[in-house]
Design a protein around this ligand. Structure first.
Ligand SMILES: [Zn+2]
Length: 480
């Protein structure tokens, strides 16, 4: 009997709380919310990770085919295209490389040879040139040459015709002057100027990454910490100790090893590659305010297929693309439109250095006089809660996201976007002074940029929840 009372009581509470929330939420938004479901987001991801799209590598046919598939959905949902001529595809230059074969051997001081395995022990960085060399190895700390800060990892070592082994990072994070020295492009340019054949980054595990420039005769690569330890054994030290000492003493520790590396890599370089953003929009209803737009975007690209290894990028970022697509469908089926226009963008070449989003910010479609705000989604598939950050002003923008979350209850935290940096597509918008927010799921994002980032990593429920959140928050913001 007591149990029955309990059941009745909780049912009443549940009905009351549902109706309270239902009352709070505008009717048209309730209608749009009904179209958002986990199955849709999962099915979009499943399509995007198909082998025929070859890891959605910007410039490659696989990416372009996938972009055309997404454009087809935008059309089906009756989004307005970017313009008549180009339809839903915004074209921009995207040079790229495909790695065909690679072979790496460590020729150790004691005469032993160790043959390394792709992805497990090493992985060429994705903008590598071809090369065949057996060469000496110099450990070069962080690979930083900063005479303006009295710091030089190259001092006292000669890297000409050799490979430079280094960590990703800088000697002192509190010194802003080191900022540019932490960029791959800068570090590689310096290593090339010093005469090195390539940079070998020491990472915990090798990851795929195209975010750098192709340099003639230069073969950048990532090796695992375990591989580095095999090389350092001749000195009786470990990579972890070297990293700790560099961080602690903040001065260079560079030395040449007696072991050598035999490395052959073959890549095809396409300097004239073309990338695409997929762009569609819902026109606002206010004759003046519709010239302003709210952007809901996420990157569509990932790291491709190299050495026969497919990088499906299910979590990074089929998941965020699925959120953008599911939100687009919900807006198109709301039956009402907000005052401002809402633009849905699947960006290309994020992995190559935010190229698609930068191009969009520099070439905002002509029907709009300004971008009023931007919501970004990157890695929204792994985990069960959402995490976000928003620009602190205007305060109402972040408050709007929190108010939307009352109906979804997915947001574990909303931090602040500070400064002008950031490694995802909101950054070019933020730099242009546009109000923005970025979202991811709480992870753990275990297979970041590795072949294991497959469909089994993504949780359909979290993608649907994040879509509900942006749908409510962005609609209200566009309608204010
Ligand atoms: Zn990403």
């Amino acid at each position: 009997m007591r149990f029955l009372k309990y059941i009745i009581l909780t049912t009443i509470i549940l009905i009351c709380s549902i109706s309270i929330h239902a009352q709070e939420l505008e009717r048209h938004l309730q209608k749009g919310l009904l179209t958002i479901n986990p199955e849709d987001t999962y099915n979009y991801c499943k399509e995007m990770v198909k082998p025929e799209y070859a890891g959605r590598y910007t410039g490659h046919k696989g990416y372009t085919d996938a972009a055309m598939w997404a454009a087809g959905l935008f059309k089906k949902w009756k989004l307005k295209p970017l313009n008549k001529q180009d339809g839903y595809l915004q074209e921009f230059p995207a040079p790229y490389c495909i790695i065909k074969t690679a072979e790496m051997k460590l020729l150790l001081k004691d005469g032993k040879t160790v043959t390394l395995k792709h992805e497990e022990d090493y992985l060429p960085l994705l903008s590598t040139d071809s090369g065949i060399n057996t060469a000496g190895v110099v450990f070069g700390g962080w690979g930083v040459h900063a005479p303006e800060l009295n710091y030089d990892d190259y001092q006292g070592v000669d890297v000409r015709g050799k490979y430079v082994l280094c960590f990703r990072g800088i000697p002192d994070r509190r010194e802003p002057g080191f900022g540019k020295h932490n960029e791959h492009r800068h570090r590689m340019k310096i290593a090339k100027q010093k005469g090195a054949l390539g940079i070998f980054y020491i990472y915990d595990k090798p990851i795929s990454n195209p975010n750098m420039d192709w340099i003639d005769g230069f073969t950048p690569t990532v090796i695992s910490e375990k591989t580095a330890d095999i090389l350092f054994a001749e000195k009786g030290i470990k990579a972890a100790d070297l990293r700790r000492d560099l961080q602690t003493y903040k001065r260079p520790i560079s030395f040449e090893l007696s072991s050598k590396i035999s490395y052959r890599v073959e890549s095809d370089h396409y300097p004239d590659g073309t990338g695409y953003n997929v762009v569609g929009y819902i026109e606002g209803t206010d004759p003046e305010l519709k010239k302003e737009c709210i952007v809901i975007g996420g990157h569509f690209d990932h790291c491709g297929n190299h050495l026969g290894i497919l990088f499906p990028g299910a979590n990074d970022n089929a998941s965020g693309s699925a959120v953008v697509m599911e939100a687009a469908e919900a807006f198109s089926k709301t039956g009402k439109r907000p005052k401002r226009s809402v633009v849905f963008v699947l960006f290309g070449a994020e992995e190559m250095g935010l190229k698609g989003s930068t191009y969009f910010v520099d070439n905002v479609p002509l029907q709009f006089t300004k971008v009023d705000a931007m919501y970004n989604f990157d890695m929204t598939g792994e985990g069960d809660k959402a995490r976000g950050s928003a620009t602190p002003s205007p305060a109402e923008f972040g408050e709007g996201i929190k108010a939307a979350d009352i109906h979804v209850k997915t947001l574990s935290r909303l931090g602040e976007i500070r400064g002008t940096g950031g490694g995802s597509d909101y950054a070019p918008f933020n730099r242009a002074g546009i109000t923005c927010a970025t979202f991811s799921s709480n992870g753990p994002h275990l297979h970041y940029h590795r072949s294991g980032d497959n469909i089994y990593r993504v949780n359909p429920d979290i993608m649907a929840d994040i879509t509900r959140l942006v749908y409510i928050a962005a609609y209200r913001w566009a309608d204010r």
